[in-house]
Design a protein around this ligand. Structure first.
Ligand code: ADP
Length: 170
């Protein structure tokens, strides 16, 4: 039997290219469920990110500071370039937190959760449903819309908006 959990440590991994209101919603809700939340920013060169790793970490840190103050949950932001389960283990995590939008997320998330569980039975994946208001937000579309001159101000927090606009105007 797995041991009873005394300090609940969650890892919320993602590319965060860039962080959106969908992500911050999951972070705020997730922060209420754990004692400490580590947000893992994956280098993910394969996705050819718009923001480099350091910028993504800086934005995630800035946009989540208020959540930590509000909830009293320690939020740490760390980059990682390793297997997710190894990163989660190195954080002393009991749970991996993921957000679920439409059915299209399900297949990938289901497989990833299954594989990770096979790799380490002590770390479970917990899914939070995207809230109604953020259901359709994705980093990918934020970038595409911004690049084509569309208004993304209701999809991303303020500093991220500023940086995204600066990127597409550069
Ligand atoms: P990845 O490259 O790992 O998919 P993302 O940064 O795109 O990283 O997403 C990180 C996590 O946040 C994933 O679990 C994703 O499903 C979830 N997520 C992304 N956008 C939203 C949203 N609008 N609402 C809820 N969860 C979301």
């Amino acid at each position: 039997m797995p041991q009873k959990i005394t300090e609940r440590v969650g890892v919320y991994p993602g590319t965060f290219d860039p962080i959106t209101n969908g992500h911050t919603d999951i972070i705020a809700r997730g922060a209420r469920l754990v004692d400490k939340l580590v947000i893992g920013v994956a280098r993910n060169i394969g996705k050819a990110p718009m923001f480099d790793l350091e910028e993504r970490v800086e934005l995630v840190r800035a946009e989540t500071a208020a959540i930590s103050d509000r909830t009293g949950t320690t939020i740490e932001v760390r980059s990682f370039d390793t297997l997710l389960i190894s990163f989660a283990q190195s954080c002393g995590a009991n749970v991996i937190l993921r957000g679920l939008r439409a059915v299209s997320d399900f297949d990938y998330e289901f497989q990833m959760a299954g594989m990770n569980y096979r790799l380490n039975h002590d770390i479970d994946t917990v899914f939070l449903m995207a809230s109604e208001h953020h259901q359709f937000i994705s980093s990918r579309f934020v970038k595409e819309i911004a690049q084509l001159g569309g208004d993304v101000s209701s999809f991303v927090p303020s500093l991220t908006l500023e940086r995204t606009l600066a990127k597409v105007r550069a």
